[in-house]
Design a protein around this ligand. Structure first.
Ligand SMILES: Cc1cc2nc3c(=O)[nH]c(=O)nc-3n(C[C@H](O)[C@H](O)[C@H](O)COP(=O)(O)OP(=O)(O)OC[C@H]3O[C@@H](n4cnc5c(N)ncnc54)[C@H](O)[C@@H]3O)c2cc1C
Length: 416
C-alpha cells in the first residue's frame, strides 16, 4: 500500500480545519488536509459572531474573507409577541470585534480552503479518512481517495475537524451524553424577493414562536436568505410529509415572516437534523486532538459553532507547534480547560434560553444599559472575559436578573 508522511494530518476542511492548517503552514509546519467533499459544498452555520474574527485574523485568513463582501452583521435582533429587541455589538462590554458576517457557507468555506491552498497547504478533496491507528510516536490514517485507491498517511499528530461526521469519536468510541437538552432543526434557503429595505432586511433575526420554538432569518449579500426552525423533537413530530411540506406548514407559525416567504420556492429541499447536541468523553489523547464540531456542539441559538470551531482549531495548532518544538504541553490545562471555560458559559445561556429566563432578559424593554452591554459581549462570543459579570457569574446572574424582571412585572401588574 502507498504510504505518505506529513507532520500534521487534518481531517476536514471546514472553518476549524482550515484555521488549523493555515496557522500551522504559516509557522512552517508541513500539513495535509483530507476532505471528503468536493468544494464548494453546502454547510449549515451561516451566522458568525465577532469572536471568530480574532481567530481568522491570527490564522491569516481574514483578508481573503474581507474581499468577498459578505453581509456585515453588527448585532442580533429578537422578536417575540410583536416586541423587538436589538443588540448592537458596538455597545458591548469590554474589548473585541463589534462586527462579523452572515455567510453562505459553501462560498465561505471554499474561500477559506482556496486561501489555504494559495499559501501552500495541501488539501486533498473527495478523499475520506476511513480509519486511524496510533503508536507512541505516530498516527496512521487510512484514506480512500477519489479514484477509490486506499493509502496510508503517517503523521506526528492528527487534528480531527470532521464536524458532525465525528470521525475519531466514532473510531475511538468517544461519544458522550450532551450537556444540554436536545433540540432538532430544519432549514433551507430562499431567493428573498420580498426582502425589506434597510436594516430590517439585513439583520439576523430570531423570531421566538414559543419558549422552545424559534425561527431564524439570516439574509446574505447575494440576495438569498437562510431560514430555519429550531424546536424540541416532539414539536417537529406533529408535521407530516416531505421536508418541503413540513417546512411550508411550519412557516405559518411565524406571523412576522409568513408574508415574506409564503409561496417562494425553496432553493433546496429543507434539511432536517434531529437531536443536534453532541459531546465526547475526551478532547485529546496521544497524537490526536478533536476540534470544532467533531468535539462538541451545543445548539444553534447563539451562533457560536464557527467561533468554537476556529477557537479550538487555532489553539490545537499552537499547542502542536509547541510539542513539535519539544516543549512540554499540559493539554488538559491549556486546551481542555480553556475550551470548557467558554463552553460552560454558552451552555448556561442555551439552558437559560430554553427555560425562558434569558428570553425574558433579552426581550425586557426597559433595559438597564450596563446589563445589556454585558449580555451583548456574551452574544458576541467574548466568553473568556472574566471581567464581565455575565461571564464570571454566568450560572447565577441570568437566573437572578430574570427573577428581578419577574418581580418588576408583578409589581406593575399589581398596580394596574
Ligand atoms: C441547525 C444548525 C444551525 C447552525 N447555525 C450556526 C450558526 O448560525 N452559526 C455558527 O457559527 N454555527 C452554526 N452551527 C454550527 C456549525 O454548523 C458548526 O459549528 C461549524 O460548521 C463547525 O465547523 P467545523 O469546521 O468543525 O466542521 P464542518 O464545517 O462541518 O467541516 C467538517 C468537514 O469535514 C469533512 N469530513 C467529514 N468526514 C470526513 C472524513 N471521513 N474524511 C475527510 N473529511 C471528512 C466534511 O466534508 C466537512 O467539510 C449550526 C449547526 C446546526 C446543526
Amino acid at each position: 500500500m502507498k504510504k505518505e508522511k506529513v507532520d500534521v494530518a487534518i481531517i476536514g476542511a471546514g472553518p476549524s480545519g482550515t484555521v488549523s492548517a493555515s496557522y500551522l503552514q504559516q509557522q512552517g509546519i508541513e500539513v495535509k488536509v483530507i476532505e471528503k467533499s468536493k468544494f464548494p459544498r453546502y454547510s449549515i452555520g451561516e451566522s458568525l459572531i465577532p469572536r471568530c474574527m480574532d481567530n481568522f485574523e491570527e490564522a491569516g485568513l481574514l483578508d481573503c474573507l474581507k474581499a468577498q463582501n459578505y453581509q456585515v452583521k453588527t448585532g442580533a435582533r429578537f422578536i417575540k409577541d410583536g416586541l423587538v429587541s436589538d443588540f448592537d455589538f458596538s455597545k458591548k462590554f469590554g474589548e473585541g470585534w463589534d462586527w462579523t458576517w452572515q455567510v453562505p457557507r459553501d462560498h465561505f468555506d471554499h474561500t477559506l480552503a482556496q486561501e489555504c491552498i494559495r499559501k501552500g497547504v495541501k488539501i486533498e478533496f473527495e478523499s475520506q479518512v476511513t480509519d486511524v491507528s496510533f503508536t507512541e510516536e505516530n498516527a496512521t490514517l487510512t484514506i480512500e481517495n477519489k479514484q477509490q485507491e486506499v493509502y496510508e498517511l503517517e503523521a506526528k499528530y492528527v487534528i480531527d475537524s470532521s464536524g458532525f461526521a465525528r470521525v475519531l469519536a466514532r473510531i475511538l468510541d468517544l461519544e458522550a451524553a450532551p450537556r444540554i437538552p436536545q433540540h432538532s432543526s430544519i432549514f433551507t434557503q430562499v431567493k428573498d424577493l420580498r426582502r425589506p429595505d434597510g436594516s430590517e432586511g439585513e439583520a439576523i433575526t430570531f423570531d421566538i414562536i414559543e419558549q422552545e420554538v424559534w425561527f431564524w432569518y439570516i439574509p446574505f449579500s447575494n440576495g438569498n436568505t437562510s431560514i430555519g426552525f429550531v424546536a424540541t423533537t416532539e414539536w417537529f413530530d406533529q408535521f407530516k410529509g416531505t421536508t418541503t411540506e413540513q417546512f411550508t406548514q411550519m412557516l405559518s407559525f411565524t406571523e412576522k415572516y409568513y408574508p415574506q416567504f409564503k409561496e417562494l420556492p425553496f432553493l433546496f429541499e429543507p434539511i432536517q437534523v434531529k437531536n443536534i447536541a453532541k459531546n465526547v468523553t475526551k478532547l485529546y489523547g496521544n497524537r490526536f486532538v478533536l476540534t470544532g464540531n467533531s468535539a462538541e456542539f451545543l445548539d444553534p441559538v447563539f451562533s457560536s459553532g464557527v467561533s468554537f470551531a476556529t477557537e479550538s482549531g487555532l489553539l490545537a495548532a499552537k499547542l502542536i507547534i509547541k510539542e513539535l518544538a519539544e516543549k512540554e504541553v499540559d493539554w488538559q490545562k491549556a486546551y481542555v480547560d480553556h475550551m470548557q471555560e467558554g463552553v460552560k458559559v454558552f451552555s448556561t445561556y442555551v439552558k437559560e434560553w430554553y427555560n425562558g429566563n434569558l428570553q425574558k432578559i433579552i426581550m425586557h424593554q426597559e433595559h438597564n444599559l450596563e446589563i445589556k452591554e454585558q449580555v451583548c459581549a456574551v452574544l458576541a462570543g467574548y466568553v473568556w472575559n472574566q471581567e464581565n459579570p455575565f461571564v464570571k457569574k454566568h450560572d447565577r446572574l441570568v437566573k437572578n436578573i430574570a427573577h428581578l424582571i419577574d418581580m418588576e412585572n408583578n409589581q406593575k401588574n399589581n398596580k394596574t
